[in-house]
Design a protein around this ligand. Structure first.
Ligand SMILES: NC(=O)c1ccc[n+]([C@@H]2O[C@H](COP(=O)([O-])OP(=O)(O)OC[C@H]3O[C@@H](n4cnc5c(N)ncnc54)[C@H](OP(=O)(O)O)[C@@H]3O)[C@@H](O)[C@H]2O)c1
Length: 293
């Protein structure tokens, strides 16, 4: 299959590109700079110059492919609504190009926003959406697009991670405390980047329109356990912050740190034959590479 991948130069996207190429697919990767284009070519993919703000570039990429994986996202948490709007317009542009073709379009969603007190399943509907990619993609599934959603765990981990966990580590370094909120029993799901990449490939190859897949290998790790490992590796005290103190301590991350968002991927594993094989988040943290500065 010739696959158009947005976010192909990113942390998750570069692993997805490798996974697709290793399985014999061709990759056309969106690149908004010459640097990203060169990295894609070096990896064995074709570069497609464009950006999320240039909807025609997205339409051209989708038109030239047998399927699309959408991973690019503007990670500006200070302007999160604008980032969500950019994401929605991008998915709609990709979808209108694929409409009526039954070609696969895989979009990236999230696992925050359930608050069920138990692990969310693929059949649960979020009460608050971390972003609009999910309903936008599901609407496209009624228009002849084989659109499906990968709800990614809040921590996709591996070497070179620059997501939430490295941010927690950096906050601990700056403040001198490895902190959690309240009793710290709130849970975060996690998935290794290489397992996530295999999930995207399997969902592209076998996924059905309108499906939700969960990219979660660890169902839920207590935030207190994450803070404990950070404290031990940095030789810092581990402490609780009240919800009121959290904003000051964690800055923009305060809205995520206290969330309880466990998620199961049992149905995903059954439906796609996906079986995570890489180390979990705590084992990955124990390897120490997160703490080399
Ligand atoms: N990493 C995690 O822990 C995690 C957890 C949950 C969900 N996710 C989601 O997974 C997806 C991939 O995340 P990631 O960690 O791989 O992100 P990343 O490393 O920050 O990469 C972001 C990718 O999006 C591209 N991009 C950003 N703004 C763009 C724009 N305006 N136009 C075109 N391309 C643009 C970047 O291109 P350049 O190379 O040109 O910058 C890069 O390829 C995102 O949707 C993210 O929200 C990630």
């Amino acid at each position: 299959m010739r696959v158009f991948v947005t976010g192909a130069s990113g942390f998750v996207g570069s692993a997805v590109v490798q996974e697709l190429l290793s399985a014999g697919h061709q990759v056309l990767g969106l690149a908004r700079s010459e640097e990203s284009a060169q990295a894609l070519r070096a990896a064995g993919a074709e570069a497609h110059r464009g950006s999320l703000d240039d909807l025609d570039s997205l339409r051209r990429g989708a038109a030239a492919a047998d399927g699309v994986i959408h991973l690019a996202f503007v990670h500006d948490f200070a302007a999160y609504e604008t980032a969500g709007q950019t994401d929605r317009l991008a998915i709609e542009a990709l979808g209108e190009t694929l409409a009526g073709s039954d070609r696969p379009l895989l979009v990236t969603g999230g696992l925050a926003g359930f608050n069920l007190g138990r692990p969310a399943t693929e059949e649960d509907k979020p009460i608050a959406l971390p972003r609009m990619s999910e309903p936008v993609a599901l609407a496209l599934a009624t228009k002849g697009v084989r659109a499906s959603v990968v709800r990614l765990a809040s921590s996709v981990h591996d070497r070179d991670d620059h997501g939430f966990v490295p941010t927690l580590i950096s906050i601990a370094r700056q403040t001198g405390v490895a902190a959690y909120v309240g009793d710290g029993h709130n849970r975060w799901p996690a998935v290794h980047r290489l397992d996530a990449a295999r999930l995207y490939r399997l969902a592209l190859e076998q996924g059905v329109g309108g499906a939700i897949y969960h990219g979660a290998a660890d169902e839920g790790i207590a935030m207190r356990d994450i803070a404990a490992i950070i404290g031990r590796h940095l030789n810092l005290p581990v402490a609780s912050k009240t919800p009121e103190e959290a904003a000051d301590h964690f800055g923009w991350m305060a809205r995520f740190v206290g969330l309880d968002m466990p998620a199961t991927s049992v149905l995903t594993q059954q439906r796609l034959g996906w079986h995570p094989t890489q180390p979990g988040l705590l084992a990955d943290l124990e390897q120490g590479h997160y703490f080399q500065s």
